[in-house]
Design a binder for this molecule. Structure first.
Ligand SMILES: Cc1cc2nc3c(=O)[nH]c(=O)nc-3n(C[C@H](O)[C@H](O)[C@H](O)COP(=O)(O)O)c2cc1C
Length: 103
Protein backbone atom coordinates (compact mmCIF):
# COMPACT_ATOMS: atom_id res chain seq x y z
CA UNK A 1 0.00 0.00 0.00
CA UNK A 2 1.17 3.51 -0.81
CA UNK A 3 -1.25 5.97 0.83
CA UNK A 4 -0.97 9.53 -0.41
CA UNK A 5 1.06 11.81 1.86
CA UNK A 6 -0.86 14.74 3.38
CA UNK A 7 2.20 17.01 3.44
CA UNK A 8 5.39 17.34 1.43
CA UNK A 9 8.97 18.52 2.00
CA UNK A 10 10.10 21.16 -0.49
CA UNK A 11 13.69 21.63 0.65
CA UNK A 12 14.99 18.16 1.44
CA UNK A 13 18.01 18.89 -0.75
CA UNK A 14 19.18 21.36 1.92
CA UNK A 15 19.70 18.50 4.39
CA UNK A 16 22.46 15.90 4.57
CA UNK A 17 21.10 14.00 7.55
CA UNK A 18 17.61 12.59 8.02
CA UNK A 19 16.20 11.24 11.29
CA UNK A 20 13.42 8.76 10.63
CA UNK A 21 11.35 7.94 13.73
CA UNK A 22 8.22 5.81 13.47
CA UNK A 23 6.07 3.21 15.25
CA UNK A 24 6.13 -0.40 14.11
CA UNK A 25 2.85 -1.39 12.44
CA UNK A 26 2.36 -5.09 11.78
CA UNK A 27 6.09 -5.83 11.97
CA UNK A 28 6.92 -3.13 9.43
CA UNK A 29 7.17 0.62 8.89
CA UNK A 30 3.82 2.44 8.63
CA UNK A 31 2.65 2.36 5.00
CA UNK A 32 3.03 6.16 4.42
CA UNK A 33 6.78 5.71 4.84
CA UNK A 34 6.86 3.51 1.74
CA UNK A 35 5.21 6.41 -0.13
CA UNK A 36 7.80 8.74 1.42
CA UNK A 37 10.66 6.65 0.03
CA UNK A 38 8.96 6.54 -3.39
CA UNK A 39 8.53 10.31 -3.37
CA UNK A 40 12.00 11.39 -2.22
CA UNK A 41 15.48 10.49 -3.39
CA UNK A 42 17.72 10.32 -0.33
CA UNK A 43 20.90 9.48 -2.27
CA UNK A 44 24.02 10.75 -0.54
CA UNK A 45 22.24 11.41 2.74
CA UNK A 46 22.70 9.73 6.11
CA UNK A 47 19.47 8.26 7.48
CA UNK A 48 19.31 7.49 11.22
CA UNK A 49 16.42 5.13 11.88
CA UNK A 50 14.62 4.94 15.26
CA UNK A 51 11.58 2.87 16.12
CA UNK A 52 8.95 2.55 18.82
CA UNK A 53 6.92 -0.62 19.23
CA UNK A 54 5.01 -2.71 21.74
CA UNK A 55 7.63 -5.42 21.58
CA UNK A 56 9.10 -6.08 18.15
CA UNK A 57 11.73 -3.33 17.85
CA UNK A 58 13.67 -3.45 14.59
CA UNK A 59 12.56 -6.17 12.21
CA UNK A 60 13.66 -6.09 8.55
CA UNK A 61 13.12 -2.41 7.81
CA UNK A 62 16.77 -1.37 7.69
CA UNK A 63 17.25 -3.78 4.77
CA UNK A 64 14.05 -2.52 3.16
CA UNK A 65 15.24 1.09 3.41
CA UNK A 66 18.66 0.17 2.02
CA UNK A 67 16.95 -1.44 -0.98
CA UNK A 68 14.73 1.60 -1.57
CA UNK A 69 17.60 4.08 -1.00
CA UNK A 70 20.72 2.25 -2.18
CA UNK A 71 22.80 5.43 -2.34
CA UNK A 72 22.01 6.51 1.24
CA UNK A 73 23.85 5.48 4.39
CA UNK A 74 21.24 3.87 6.63
CA UNK A 75 22.22 3.71 10.31
CA UNK A 76 20.40 1.78 13.02
CA UNK A 77 19.42 4.23 15.77
CA UNK A 78 17.38 3.69 18.91
CA UNK A 79 14.51 1.32 19.60
CA UNK A 80 12.05 1.89 22.45
CA UNK A 81 9.24 -0.32 23.58
CA UNK A 82 5.95 1.07 24.83
CA UNK A 83 6.71 1.19 28.52
CA UNK A 84 10.09 2.84 27.89
CA UNK A 85 9.03 5.71 25.64
CA UNK A 86 7.91 8.12 28.37
CA UNK A 87 11.34 7.97 30.04
CA UNK A 88 13.44 7.76 26.89
CA UNK A 89 14.67 11.38 26.82
CA UNK A 90 17.98 10.85 28.71
CA UNK A 91 18.88 7.94 26.41
CA UNK A 92 17.98 10.00 23.33
CA UNK A 93 20.04 12.99 24.54
CA UNK A 94 23.04 10.73 25.21
CA UNK A 95 22.72 9.09 21.78
CA UNK A 96 22.46 12.47 20.02
CA UNK A 97 25.52 13.74 21.91
CA UNK A 98 27.42 10.67 20.74
CA UNK A 99 26.59 11.07 17.05
CA UNK A 100 26.43 14.83 16.65
CA UNK A 101 30.05 15.17 15.57
CA UNK A 102 29.08 13.35 12.36
CA UNK A 103 26.27 15.70 11.21
C1 LIG B 1 -1.96 -0.68 13.43
C2 LIG B 1 -0.90 -0.97 14.48
C3 LIG B 1 -0.07 -2.06 14.30
C4 LIG B 1 0.94 -2.34 15.24
N1 LIG B 1 1.78 -3.39 15.03
C5 LIG B 1 2.76 -3.66 15.94
C6 LIG B 1 3.66 -4.75 15.73
O1 LIG B 1 3.60 -5.50 14.75
N2 LIG B 1 4.63 -4.97 16.66
C7 LIG B 1 4.75 -4.19 17.79
O2 LIG B 1 5.64 -4.44 18.58
N3 LIG B 1 3.93 -3.12 18.00
C8 LIG B 1 2.93 -2.86 17.11
N4 LIG B 1 2.09 -1.80 17.31
C9 LIG B 1 2.29 -0.95 18.48
C10 LIG B 1 2.97 0.37 18.07
O3 LIG B 1 4.23 0.16 17.51
C11 LIG B 1 3.05 1.26 19.33
O4 LIG B 1 1.75 1.59 19.68
C12 LIG B 1 3.83 2.51 19.02
O5 LIG B 1 5.17 2.24 18.74
C13 LIG B 1 3.82 3.44 20.21
O6 LIG B 1 3.46 4.66 19.70
P1 LIG B 1 2.08 5.31 20.15
O7 LIG B 1 2.27 5.64 21.60
O8 LIG B 1 1.99 6.50 19.27
O9 LIG B 1 1.00 4.28 19.89
C14 LIG B 1 1.07 -1.53 16.39
C15 LIG B 1 0.21 -0.43 16.56
C16 LIG B 1 -0.77 -0.16 15.62
C17 LIG B 1 -1.69 1.03 15.84
Amino acid sequence: MRPELSSHIDNLNEYNTVFLVYPTWWYKMPTPLYTFFDEYDLSGKVIYVCVTSNQNGFTNELNEIRKMEPEAEVIRGLSFQTEETMKAKPAIDKWLDGIKASW
